[in-house]
Every structure is written in C-alpha cells, then in structure tokens.
Design a protein around this ligand. Structure first.
Ligand SMILES: C[S@@+](CC[C@H](N)C(=O)[O-])C[C@H]1O[C@@H](n2cnc3c(N)ncnc32)[C@H](O)[C@@H]1O
Length: 483
C-alpha cells in the first residue's frame, strides 16, 4: 500500500512536471528558475498552469510528509512562528531591497549590517534560516542574493524613497505589505490563541483581546496615527488583483444570468478601491458601477480611479459612494444616492441593482454578521437582482463526493475534479494551503471563516437568497438569485 502510494506520488510529480514544461514551451518560454527574480507574466496566473502546479505541490508535499521523519515534521511545523517573524523582519529592515541593488553577486552580511544597523551575526542566522527554506540564496558563505521567492518581498521604491516617505513604503508592493502585516499584529495576537479558543466570550476576536479594543480591524487601522497601517492594508488589497485572472470575474458575471442592459448597475459592496469594477468595466463598459466602502478606502478609491480611469468617474459610469444624501448619479438617468460612505451593516440604498457584487467580504465575518450583510442586500434587491459573491470555497481534506456532484450540476466545465490517488481531497497545501491559513487569519482578526458550499448555501437560505451555482476558481464565484 505504502509502496503503491509512493509510486503514484512520484508518477504525478513526473507527469505533471513534464506537462508544466510543455505548457511553458508552447508559450516559447521555460519554467522560471528559482535563482531568477520573479517576473509577473500571464503564465504565472494561467488557470491551467495553476492546476498543474497544484498537483505537483500536492504530490511533492505529500511525498515529503510520507518519507520525512515524523519527529522532524512536527518539530519543523511547531517552529512556524520563526518563519513569520524572520520574513517580517527582513522586510522591515529592507534586506530584499538592499540585495536587489547588489544584484546576483549578492551582499555580505557585514555590508547588510552596515546598511541596516543590525548585528551581522543575527543577519547571517536569519538569512541562513530563510535560505534553507528556499527564500534567498547564499551565493558564498555569508553572502546572500535574492532568488525568485525573496524577490517577491521587494518594495516598489528605492531605499531613498522608502526613507523619505515611510508611510508609503508598501505602496504597490502587496507581498511585502502582506508579510509585514502578518508578522506584526497577528503574530502578537496569536499569544491569545489557546486562551481565546477555550473561552471565546472574552472578546469579539483574539485581536480584540490582545489589543484591548472593541474596534474592528478596519476601524482600528483607520484611527489617527495609524495611517501607515491603513496604507499597508490598502497595498495588500490592491495587490490581490494581480493574482486573479480577469476572465474568472467576467465569466462569472456573464453566467450569472443577470440580463444586463445598458446602464444597469453593479454595486461593489465593500469594494475598497473598486479595482474589481475596473476589471469588469473593461468587459462591460455599458454598465454603471457603484463602489461602497468605509471612509478611508473610499479616499484611496478616489486616488485609484483618478490614476487608472479618471473619465469613468467624471462620466458617472463609476460612482465612488460618498455623495451626500439626495445627490444623483451625474450625467446618466438619475437615481438617489442615500448614504455617505456606506456601511454594509446599514440598509442598502441602491435598490434593484442588477448585481450586488461582494469580493472577499463574506469570509471576514461571522455567520450572524454575514446574515445582516446579505439581509440588507436582499431587502434592496429586485426580483431579477443577483448576488455574486467571490471568495474561497473551503473543501474537506477527504474525498467529498457530494461537493463534486453539486459542482458537476452547477457547471459542466467544473475545474474541480476528483483528486488523483493518493492526493488529499483538497490537494493539501498545493490546493488549500493559503486558504486554510487565511481561515486561521480571519478567525484571529475578524471572527470570520472560510466556508464550504453547504455553508454558503445555508447563509443564502436564511437571508432570502437561493444559491444557484458555484464556479470554482482561484476565487470561487457563488451566484445567488432572490427566493
Ligand atoms: C478583504 S477587503 C475586500 C475589498 C474588495 N472587495 C476587494 O476584493 O478588493 C474587505 C473590505 O471590506 C471593507 N469593510 C469593512 N467593514 C465594512 C463595512 N461595515 N461596510 C462597508 N465596507 C466595509 C473594508 O474596508 C475592506 O475594503
């Protein structure tokens, strides 16, 4: 049994590695080397290539989990906090940025020490720890260079620009912002993990318990003096777009069976800068878009649209919802905009929109809060309105034949297939590594969670929305109609 499982895992790795090389070769390219900096290219985000990658990672990690000493496995996983802390630290003191300037020949830890003011012996141990995990490359003893993985930690600014304007240091650097964010407040809040899980009545979340605040993460980060935190969150949010294929959003909207007519409205609820609408507007330029969020994200949204599509806002095609009560959509058939910056916990002012669009919102909230959000949208919806929620589809690690049957009914070209023997039903860290981590993150910060198909269906049932179909993808689309 073990032998056949090992053989099957090795075969998956061999056949899928060949498939990966062939896919790159068809595009006239080669699978990127780990020693070269990461270059965003369409191939990095291609859904078919992504499926191949997932199988390789699923099989390779299962192979490791099978053959490595269980003592080592448990020891290594137990030390996971050192990965978070060391990654956050190197980003904080700009090590990847220094190494970029040094190029492929790398930089000695003494020079990194001189530039950062950090003791060289700490640096050499931290960088060796990370290079052992394939983040940074040690080109010669104590001389380190960026590799494909560490290059993702780069900021988009020069060292001088970072020094001159530290509040803006993570602008356009989503991965660096994400690493820095996770290594700060969440790492601190993790100290409350066991106490909170045993007695959740202590506070709304572990974050609230640790920081002794009644505010949500969003409200807390918006406080005066914390501007850099809000700016860091915005950098993370803006960057998520680059990881998605526009096609997934466009095809979900097309398949939502909303009969989209000229000037119909899509409301991007909790839309942050409204970057999803920018993607949709390219495919559906005849529609109108309303972006709703709290005060600070809407301020960032104004900057975002001014830079990316100023004409859209001027023409009224895209509305950043912070108009005063009673103002009307400029230059197009008017309708009242009832709120200022809009909270989705209050009645939805845009009635009978064609689509209420939520991306990465549901997982931020507990079931009871989600029901409030979906309930307000249901009250505003017309009979033909659709709710399209994008988020993670949580999957069990064992085989889930009911999910596979449901998805097959939902769409004929379902991308979720039964995992090949002997892989986990959700492909383990190859498939759901990040989303299970985010599940812990939402638990820690927001009392939210990643939900299974059944849980999404149930939320709809309790708020007057029928889950019509689920389209799996990097972000799954959950398409609801009114009941
Ligand atoms: C995970 S982000 C998703 C942003 C955006 N939908 C996207 O996909 O890029 C969650 C968003 O919800 C917003 N938010 C939090 N509480 C809110 C509320 N009460 N009303 C409206 N938006 C809220 C946050 O400001 C943030 O922009």
């Amino acid at each position: 049994m073990t032998d056949s499982a090992l053989k099957a895992l090795a075969e998956i790795i061999t056949t899928q590695t060949e498939a990966l090389q062939a896919a790159y070769a068809r595009a006239g390219a080669q699978v990127p080397s780990i020693n070269a900096p990461f270059q965003p290219s369409p191939l990095e985000f291609d859904p078919n290539i992504n499926n191949i990658r997932q199988l390789i990672v699923a099989a390779a990690s299962q192979l490791i989990a099978t053959v490595q000493s269980p003592i080592e496995i448990i020891q290594l996983h137990t030390g996971g906090m050192f990965e978070t802390a060391t990654l956050g630290f190197v980003v904080d003191v700009n090590v990847p940025d220094l190494l970029k300037e040094a190029g492929s020949k790398g930089l000695h830890v003494d020079d990194i020490s001189a530039a950062t003011g950090v003791d060289a012996s700490y640096l050499s141990r931290i960088l060796r720890f990370l290079a052992t995990r394939h983040i940074f490359k040690e080109v010669s003893p104590n001389v380190f260079a960026n590799n494909r993985n560490s290059s993702l930690l780069l900021k988009s600014k020069t060292l001088q620009e970072i020094k001159d304007d530290p509040i803006a240091r993570f602008d356009n650097a989503p991965s660096a912002a994400f690493v820095h964010m996770l290594s700060a407040e969440p790492l601190e809040a993790m100290s409350c993990f066991p106490s909170y899980i045993k007695d959740p009545s202590q506070a709304a979340t572990m974050f609230n318990l640790k920081f002794q605040t009644p505010l949500t993460l969003w409200e807390w980060s918006a406080q005066p003096g914390y501007e850099w935190r809000a700016r860091r969150i915005a950098a993370v949010m803006n960057g998520t777009d680059a990881q998605y294929s526009a096609e997934e959003f466009v095809s979900a909207i097309s398949s939502s069976s909303a009969s989209l007519q000229e000037n119909d409205i899509i409301v991007d609820v909790g839309g942050s800068t409204g970057s999803a609408c920018l993607t949709l507007k390219k495919a559906f330029p005849q529609l109108r878009y309303v972006v709703q969020d709290l005060e600070q994200p809407i301020a960032s949204a104004k900057k975002f649209w001014a830079e990316n599509d100023p004409e859209a806002v001027e023409s009224g095609r895209v509305k950043l919802e912070d108009f005063e009560f009673g103002l009307t959509m400029p230059s197009l058939s008017p309708f009242p905009l009832l709120s200022t910056v809009h909270s989705f916990f209050t009645p939805q002012p845009i009635k009978n929109a064609s689509i209420y669009f939520l991306r990465n919102i549901i997982h931020d909230w507990s079931d009871s809060e989600c029901k409030k959000i979906l309930g307000h949208l249901r009250e505003a919806a017309g009979l033909e309105s659709k709710l399209v929620a994008f988020g993670t589809l949580a999957r069990h690690t064992c085989e889930d034949s009911r999910l596979l049957e449901n998805l097959a009914e939902d769409m004929s070209d379902s991308k979720i297939q039964k995992s090949p023997y002997p892989l986990l039903g959700n492909l383990g860290v190859g498939g759901e590594g990040f989303s299970t981590m985010m599940d812990m993150g939402t638990m820690l910060f927001l009392a939210g969670k990643e939900r299974t198909r059944d849980e999404f269906e149930q939320l709809g049932k309790e708020t007057g929305w029928k889950l019509e179909s689920v389209r799996p993808g990097k972000l799954a689309a959950f398409i609801y109609s009114v009941v």
